[in-house]
Design a protein around this ligand. Structure first.
Ligand SMILES: [Zn+2]
Length: 166
């Protein structure tokens, strides 16, 4: 009898952080300038893109979410570089016998214009996951001035990840 365990797993992730004055705006490991001088609030570097991707990777293996592995009340994650946390999540995925086929994410932000930074974000994320940049999709959209993203109260991100058994 063949195994009923599938050799592919899919996961999805979602995250949102508030835009506040006096914080850096870091997306996909890139520090951006917001025209109103806003940045993302959070315990770590608040990189909403990398957080959504991490949750997608963990979700694909039903491993919970990043709050379980990097709890915000734990001082060691204060100001943490989310790309380093991503490496740890990928190590966890690999240790369980899975590799990343691809990830795809959409950032929802009214400003700043993200398009000029997308390639750098993809490269930085691909490097930490250990895949080629064409295995990392990053897209950006505005929310047409609707909702919290549209009012520039925050930036959100949705991501999916596909894993394959090693
Ligand atoms: Zn987050």
């Amino acid at each position: 009898m063949t195994s009923s365990v599938p050799s592919l797993r899919i996961g999805n992730g979602y995250d949102i952080h508030r835009l506040v004055p006096g914080r850096p705006l870091i997306l996909g490991g890139q520090q951006l300038e917001h025209p109103a001088g806003l940045g993302l609030d959070g315990h770590s570097d608040a990189d909403v893109l990398v957080h959504a991707i991490m949750d997608a990777l963990l979700g694909a293996l039903s491993l919970g979410d990043i709050g379980k592995y990097f709890p915000p009340e734990d001082p060691q994650w204060k100001g943490a570089d989310s790309l380093v946390l991503l490496e740890q999540v990928v190590a966890l995925v690999k240790a369980r016998g899975w590799c990343v086929v691809n990830v795809d994410a959409v950032l929802i932000a009214e400003r700043p214009k993200l398009k000029p930074h997308i390639e750098a974000m993809r490269s930085a994320i691909a490097l930490r996951i250990g895949v080629a940049p064409d295995q990392v999709g990053v897209k950006a959209t505005t929310n047409e001035k609707l909702g919290p993203e549209g009012r520039e109260e925050g930036i959100s991100c949705q991501a999916v990840a596909l894993l394959q058994a090693l």
